[in-house]
Design a protein around this ligand. Structure first.
Ligand SMILES: Cc1ncc(COP(=O)(O)O)c(C=O)c1O
Length: 287
């Protein structure tokens, strides 16, 4: 099945989906995006992703081009046209095309684009075996709660991880872990509680994080929403990350130091299971 993408109201082959060079996304990274996981052909946590998209758009003062129902129908149509059962839907809205000038254009409309990426999530090697992370300085701006398409700091952080033989970078500010380059970061203490950084402008409010916290509470796991240092992470019993495109992934080493016994831990395994159950539950997942 050949790939189909979405651009400004049309479903097109990728080679026909063209955006002018004066698009403000291209010139200024003046736009926001979302990424929604797909399992068994269904969009996971889609309502929460669309709510975060609304918020990101509001924060940068772009009018949302679609209602939640319209977005959902378009996403579902894209998934269907690509015959995708497992993977990821990427949505992007920029301030549109205008002569280059910093001020918002008087007229014009947002550029809306979506594509899918087929990938295995539930049975991915990373989910089974865990991954390694490195720590790097957090070099981003101060509004990390907005899902901005300006991702240069994350590109550099994740490339540094790759070159060090790791799969993710944990960004660090004032000695405390903020989050992963494209994921939320968690540790599990020796006493068995989950520690995660509280929401603020310093991190993206991860949708998978939010669902996982709800599932953990329901399961009776102790939660500590507080800052944690890199040193504390080195000494943790377990560590893991969450994201829409990977769900829950065990972390088995940080900066080359094994976490716990260097294998995915039991609490992480339990949370992986709970998240998958939720994702496979049609009554909860956005249909
Ligand atoms: C910086 C950052 N933090 C956290 C996340 C995880 O968020 P979500 O679970 O909504 O995918 C992402 C996802 O792309 C991200 O880019």
């Amino acid at each position: 099945m050949s790939r189909i993408v979405f651009l400004n109201g049309s479903f097109l082959p990728p080679e026909e989906a063209k955006v002018p060079i004066m698009d403000r996304g291209f010139l200024f990274a003046d736009g926001v995006y979302e990424g929604v996981g797909v399992l068994d052909g269904r969009l996971i946590d889609n309502e929460a992703h669309l709510e975060r998209l609304e918020r990101s758009l509001r924060e940068i003062r772009i009018d949302n081009p679609y209602s939640r129902n319209e977005w959902t129908r378009l996403e579902q149509e894209l998934v269907r046209r690509n015959g995708m059962t497992e993977g990821f839907v990427y949505l992007q809205v920029t301030r549109g095309v205008a002569e280059r000038d910093f001020f918002f254009p008087q007229e014009g409309k947002p550029t809306v684009m979506m594509f899918t990426q087929t990938k295995s999530i539930a049975n991915a090697p990373a989910a089974k075996n865990g991954i390694s992370v490195i720590t790097v300085p957090d070099q981003r701006w101060e509004r990390r709660d907005i899902k901005s398409i300006a991702l240069l700091a994350q590109v550099l952080a994740k490339q540094a991880a790759k070159e060090a033989g790791a799969q993710e970078a944990w960004m660090v500010e004032n000695g405390y872990v903020t989050e992963g380059g494209s994921s939320s970061g968690f540790i599990v203490t020796k006493a068995g509680s989950i520690v995660v950084r509280p929401l603020s402008h310093a991190i993206l409010p991860g949708i998978t994080r939010q669902s996982l916290l709800r599932l953990s509470k329901e399961d009776g796991v102790t939660l500590e929403e507080r800052l944690f240092t890199v040193e504390e992470a080195y000494g943790a019993a377990e560590a893991f990350l969450t994201s829409a495109s990977n769900f829950v992934v065990p972390i088995v080493s940080i900066d080359g130091r094994p976490i716990g016994d260097g294998k995915p831990g039991p609490i992480t395994r339990r949370l992986q299971e709970l998240y998958l159950q939720m994702a496979r539950e049609p009554a909860i997942a956005a249909e």
